[in-house]
Design a protein around this ligand. Structure first.
Ligand SMILES: [Zn+2]
Ligand SMILES: [Zn+2]
Length: 251
């Protein structure tokens, strides 16, 4: 995909707004482009518009801004506030990766600084996506490790999974081989793994009555740590053993 001159201008404009944490006045956005040295500015660019007291390149980018507003990449609702939209951010990611793939010589106005900033922006976006995933994983962990307290509908805990007697009974009934993937800690880790397996409680506590007797044979299962984590990974969507089995791919 070739990058047109219009793409280059759009990229630099969005990037500069991103530098300003998503919004800035026209002066701030354009001054920043100047300060960062994102654009190759020719004598013509640096000359003054004939009909108004503004440099050609700055006037030019004001038009680019209008196009970005029309396409929904910038929010045009506030006067003299150039604000990037969620779509604009996705668009900037797309432009950044295209620019990254192209040879610098193919650009008309982009400088090395602008191209470096593009790859930095991609890294930053990847990290942000990863942070969202990690956040959800931490929430699921907190949720699982919450003990038998709090409101009734919060009792999806692994309270019974931590009860020594129930745990021992579950292991004596089900053994130490993962009921989802067949993993055996002793086979893999030798003496260190002997007798180790995690116990998973099949029915969420909130679905049980308050004094329900737990039957280790039918209410508890043994699973390896990997499978256990995957079962609980999404706190609002705890998988059954069969559901996880179906996801399991042969390696
Ligand atoms: Zn497993
Ligand atoms: Zn569990």
């Amino acid at each position: 995909m070739t990058i047109t001159l219009e793409d280059e201008k759009r990229f630099v404009l969005l990037l500069s707004i991103e530098d300003l944490h998503g919004s800035g006045t026209k002066k701030q956005v354009l001054d920043n482009i100047d300060k960062q040295g994102y654009l190759v500015l020719t004598g013509h660019d640096l000359s003054q518009k004939s009909n108004r007291p503004e440099l050609v390149w700055r006037n030019d980018l004001a038009f680019t801004r209008k196009h970005l507003v029309t396409d929904g990449y910038l929010d045009g609702s506030q006067h003299n506030q150039w604000r990037i939209t969620a779509n604009g951010r996705t668009y900037l990611q797309r432009l950044s990766s295209q620019i990254n793939k192209n040879n610098q010589k193919s650009f008309q106005k982009l400088t090395r600084q602008a191209i470096n900033r593009a790859s930095h922006f991609i890294q930053q976006s990847k990290l942000e996506k990863l942070e969202i995933i990690v956040d959800s994983d931490i929430a699921a962990l907190d949720f699982e490790e919450e003990h038998f307290e709090g409101t009734q509908n919060k009792r999806y805990t692994n309270y019974y999974e931590r009860d020594t007697k129930l745990r021992a009974k579950a292991i004596s009934i089900h053994g130490t081989t993962c009921m989802v993937c067949g993993f055996d800690f002793e086979k893999r880790y030798g003496e260190r793994g002997k007798g180790f397996i995690e116990v998973h409680h099949l029915t969420p506590v909130s679905e049980l009555g308050s004094n329900t007797k737990i039957n280790p044979k039918t209410d508890l299962a043994v699973v390896c740590s990997n499978c256990h984590r995957m079962i609980h990974r999404k706190k609002d969507n705890i998988l059954s053993l069969d559901e996880l089995k179906k996801l399991l791919k042969a390696v």
